[in-house]
Design a protein. Sequence first.
Length: 613
Amino acid sequence: MLRRLRQSVRLKLFVLMLATTLVALVTAVAALVVYDSGDYHDRVVGDLTTQADILGRSSVAALAFDDPVAARENLALLKVRPSIREAAIYNDAGILFAAYGGEGHTAPDVPAKPAFEGSRVQGNDIILFHKIVENGRERGTVYLRARYELTNRLLDYLRILGAVSALSLLAALLISAFLQRGITQPILDVTDVAHGVMNSRDFSRRARKTTEDEIGYLVDAFNNMLAEIGRRAEALLKADRMKDQFLAMLAHELRNPLAPISNGLHLLEAAGAKPEVAVQARAMMGRQVKQLVRLVDDLLDVSRITTGKLTLRTEPVDLRSVIDNAVEIARPVIDTRRHRLSVDCPKDPLYLEGDATRLAQVFSNLLNNAAKYTPPGGTISLHASVEGDRVKVIVVDSGIGMTPETLDEVFEMFTQANTAIDREQSGLGVGLALARYLVEAHGGSIEATSEGMGKGSRFVVRLPLARAVQPKAGRPAPVEWGLTSGHRILVVDDNRDFAASLAMILRDLGNEVRVEYDGLEGLSAAEAFQPTIAFLDIGLPGISGYELAKRMRGGGLDEDSLLVAVTGWGQKDDKARSTAAGFDYHVVKPLDPAELPKILRIAAEHRARVHGT
C-alpha cells in the first residue's frame, strides 16, 4: 500500500482529502466535546445553585422558628426533580436541621455538617453546599446531591458527531472523486501521453486539456514542449540524413578528382617519347588538384560560418570586376559542359561596399550551380541592372529546374538536387548556402524560382550600392618576379612526398635545398646549414613548427633569413600564432608553385633591407 501511495497521484489526493477532513472532524469533535462538557457542568451547577437558593429562602422562617417539619416539607418539594438524590438543610451552627432522600432513599445518608463551599463532582454525582444568607446574615446551609450524567451525555453527543463525521467523510470521498477529473485525470493523461511518446517516438500525440486553471496551463506547457521536442527531433533526423548524404557525397567528390590524378600519374610514367601525352596528363592533373582545393576551401568556409569566424574585408568594389572574376572562376566548368554563357552588365561602373573575393565567390557559385544542373549544351545568362539603391543580378539557366520542395531547401547546407542526370562535379551541396550567407552578410538578399522540373532555374541577388565612392586607380602592372635563384633553402616537413617535390621545384629555380622530416633534425640542419629561407611545416614530430621557428630565431639564425610556415592550418588564429613564433610568411597547403617566385623575391628584398643594399 505504501509503495502504491508513493506512485499514485490519485491515491495521494484521495488520502490527502480524507486525512484533511478527518483531522478537521477530530479537531471539531474534540473542541465541541470540551465545550459541551464545560457548558453542561456550568448549567448543572447553575441549576443546582438556583434550586438551593430557592430552598434556602423558603426555609429561612423554619430555621428562625426552629421548625424542622416545615423545612422537611420544603425539601419534599424536590421530588419533582428526580435527578436530585439527596438534600439537606443545616442551621447557622452547621448542625443538620432537615434531610431529604430522593426516590428509593428513605434514609438519606447526608453529611453530618457542611464539608465545603461550592460544588464538586464525585463519580456520577455532583455535590453542592450553598449558604443561606438573609439581610447580610448567614442563616444556614443547603446541601444538594444530584446525578451528574456527563458520560452518558457525551456518549450520545459522540454518536451524533460520529454520524455527522461519517457523512462528512462520505462527502469528502465524493468530492475527491469529482476532483479526480479536474486534477489527477489531466496529470494521468499527461503521464499516458509521455509513456506513449517514449515507446512509439510519436511526437504528434497530445494530452487532453479539461480545465483552464494551473493544471490546464501545465497541460498546455506539456503539449508545447512535445511539439518543440518533435520539431527538434525531426530537425536532428533531417540533420542526420543530411550528414549521411554529405559524407557519401564527400567521398564521391574526393574520389572524382583522385581517379584522373591516379590515371595521370600512370600516363606520365608511360608517356615515354610522347610529350603531348605528358602535357595532357599534367593539364588534367592540374585541373583535378584545383577541384580538390575548391572542395577543401568549401569545407573551410562551412567551418568558419558555423563557428562565426568568417570575416569580410569590405571596400568599394566595381560590380563589373566582381562578375568578371566570377566568370573566370566558373569558366572551366561552363566550357567543359559546352554551355553558352551570356553576360549583360551596365557599362558605367557600379560600386558596392563589399569583399571583392567573397562577392566573386557568390556569383561563381551561382554560375557553377547553373552549369552543373544544366544538361550539356545548355544556356546560362547573367544580367545585372540597377533597381533603386540596389544592384539586381539575375542568373538564369535552361537546366533541370526545381520542384517547390527543392525551392524550400535549396539554400540549406549540404542540400543536393535529386536528379538522375550526369553531374561530373556535383560538389558538396554547400555552394548556394555559402552564397546566401555571403549575400546576407553584405546586407543583400537572394531568392530562387523555377517553373518546375525541366524548365530551368532563376536566381536573383540584390545588393546595396555604395553611397559615395572614389574610383580606385587601375590595377598595377604585373610585377616581373626575379631573384629566384641562389638561395640556401631548408624544407622541414614530415610528408616526404611534399617535401621532396617542393625541393625539386626549388632546385629547378636554381637554389641549394636541404630536406629534413623531423623538427629536431630540422633544428640541427638549420644550425649547420644556415638557410636564407626555411619552409617549415607546423605539425612535425619531435617539436612543432612553432617551437622550431622560435629556436631557430633564438639559436643564431641569420637576421636576414625568411621563415615560411607551410601548413594545412589556415585560420586567422593560426596565422597569428605563426607571426608570434617568428614566421615571416604563412602559406596554406596545397602550396601553389606559382607563389614560390614571389616568396623568393620577398626573401631577397628582405635581405637587401637588412644589409642596406
